[in-house]
Design a protein around this ligand. Structure first.
Ligand code: SAH
Length: 490
């Protein structure tokens, strides 16, 4: 028999994919088998290699879960067959994660194992709520307590009198249904009912909420707010610091849902920026970039090369083998993103108009003598630029490097996008294709990057609520922020 594989007991953190450790990501990418809990970040498994066996052994809606013995059996069996197994658990594997029992089973079977700690929810959820679990002069000890006791043990396995006396912060991992009992027992055993307390729901995840109240009133306050699992409960004076340090809920787009409709390959920067501002982002790409077969002509024959989009810049530079080919013509671009894309290839554009629209480039070129111009762009781009240069007597060639094509909307993305408070459109084609895929644009406030996109929205029968003054993704974010701070919260 071959040597057994290794079992890695890996913490996946509390939910925010950014809180996965580098070690966890590395092991996920190499594993032969991944056995994961339900409460692991959605994107955590994205890095698994094709062909890896990925098994969800998690609980379904707080109910039945693959029995622990079955999970342990699977773990040991796969490792004994010579495969490396990642057992991926929410938070930290050794904090209420039964990781210890799984390690014992490995040991008993002679299977080597390693433990990769994760960011535990009992520290992360309060941190994202602005609650330090310790604080000089306020709390010098922390107790992690489970609300779900082992089903076979009587609930009295928790020493309530000791917890009531505990000189520090109490952190409960538990089903929200236990909250009333916990508060009751603590107060009955002598904990001050007026002590600050808090529940953090969905800590580090989109839609995180914090409910703050004195211990005695916390169960009613949580019930009134409709708090559901997963949630962490904190008892102790540090809980009051949420009122002062709650940074997450204070972010300008906290509680806002925003749909991003641009192509998946480009969505991440915009989505990331919106998330940093606190928004919950729905990625609903309805378009995709499709490169076209295109021969690059001899560029030295032109005195002007116009590049009208970042995609155009990338598609152009992908095809230009030798940067010296670009030495001849003056280079003009539309938009700082396009300029950036060229700079990545060591090309400094000569003309970048103040406004990121074709009309503005036409104005910027007014004093520039042009005999022969080449315009590198999307197949479906408007003809403003070639027409204007043609009128000026230039000979104009259009080089279509790519086209945007429809991308079917993923299951659920349509409803989620139309249910969002805002939907963002960074091009006329994203507006048209999204409308075609979704059947409507009714629902969200429509945010347009500029006049051409706004015109496309109006042609579809929908008036943009917001149009960016600066026609760039940053400008779109700025316009959305201004609207969100002005508009009443929906
Ligand atoms: N090993 C995990 C805990 C597993 S027990 C860890 O170290 O975090 C499951 C409990 O953890 C849930 O009932 C809930 O109380 C808590 N929990 C997990 N993820 C959470 C989150 N994102 N926000 C709030 N509580 C969470």
């Amino acid at each position: 028999m071959s040597a057994p594989g290794t079992v890695y007991l890996v913490g996946a953190g509390p939910g925010d994919p950014g809180l996965l450790t580098a070690r966890a990501l590395d092991l996920i990418a190499r594993a032969d088998v991944i056995l994961h809990d339900r409460l692991v970040p959605a994107d955590a498994l994205g890095g698994a290699r094709t062909g890896a066996e990925v098994v969800d052994v998690g609980k379904v809606g707080g109910g039945e879960q693959v029995p622990q013995e079955e999970t342990t059996r699977l773990l040991v069996e796969r490792a004994l067959a010579g495969r490396d197994v990642v057992r991926l658990k929410g938070g930290d594997p050794f904090v209420f994660g039964r990781g210890g029992e799984e390690a014992q089973a490995c040991r008993a079977a002679g299977v080597p194992f390693e433990v990769v700690p994760g960011v535990t929810a009992g520290v992360a959820a309060p941190a994202y709520a602005g609650i330090p679990v310790t604080q000089r002069g306020v709390a010098s000890a922390v107790a992690f307590v489970t609300g779900h006791e082992d089903a076979v043990k009587p609930e009295t396995a928790i020493d309530w009198a000791a917890l009531a006396r505990f000189p520090g912060t109490l952190v409960f991992y538990m089903g929200v249904r236990r909250l009333e009992r916990i508060a009751e027992r603590l107060v009955a055993c002598g904990r001050d009912g007026d002590e600050p307390a808090a529940v953090v729901e969905r800590g580090t995840l989109p839609g995180q909420r914090t409910v703050r109240a004195p211990l005695r009133e916390l169960p009613a306050a949580a019930a009134a707010a409709g708090v559901r699992a997963p949630a962490i409960t904190l008892v102790g004076p540090v809980a009051a610091l949420h009122d002062e340090l709650g940074w997450l809920e204070a972010r300008p787009l906290a509680g806002r849902t925003i749909a991003v409709t641009r192509a998946r390959a480009q969505a991440s920067a915009l989505a990331g920026r919106l998330r940093e501002l606190g928004a919950e982002v729905v990625e609903a790409p309805a378009i995709r970039i499709e490169p076209l077969e295109a021969e690059i002509p001899v560029l030295a024959a032109y005195d002007l090369l116009c590049v009208t989009s970042p995609n155009g810049a990338h598609e152009l530079m992908r095809r230009v083998r030798d940067a010296r080919a670009l030495a001849g013509p003056r280079i003009a671009v539309i938009g700082p993103g396009t300029a950036r894309a060229l700079r990545e290839h060591g090309i400094e554009p000569d003309v970048v108009p103040a406004r990121s629209v074709a009309e503005s480039l036409v104005e910027a070129l007014a004093g520039v003598p042009v005999r022969r111009a080449l315009i590198a762009r999307a197949e479906e781009a408007r003809d403003v630029l070639p027409d204007a240069l043609g009128v000026r007597g230039a000979e104009v060639d259009v080089l279509s490097l790519y086209r945007t094509v429809a991308e079917p909307l993923a299951d659920g993305a349509r409803a989620a996008a139309l249910g969002a408070e805002y939907a963002t459109f960074t091009s006329a084609s994203s507006a048209r294709f999204f409308h075609a895929a979704a059947g409507t644009l009714a629902g969200p406030r429509l945010v347009s990057i500029g006049p051409a996109t706004s015109a496309a929205l109006r042609e579809l029968g929908f008036e943009p609520a917001v149009e960016a003054a600066d026609h760039t993704p940053d400008g779109l974010v700025a316009a959305l922020l201004a609207d969100a701070s002005g508009a009443a919260r929906g």
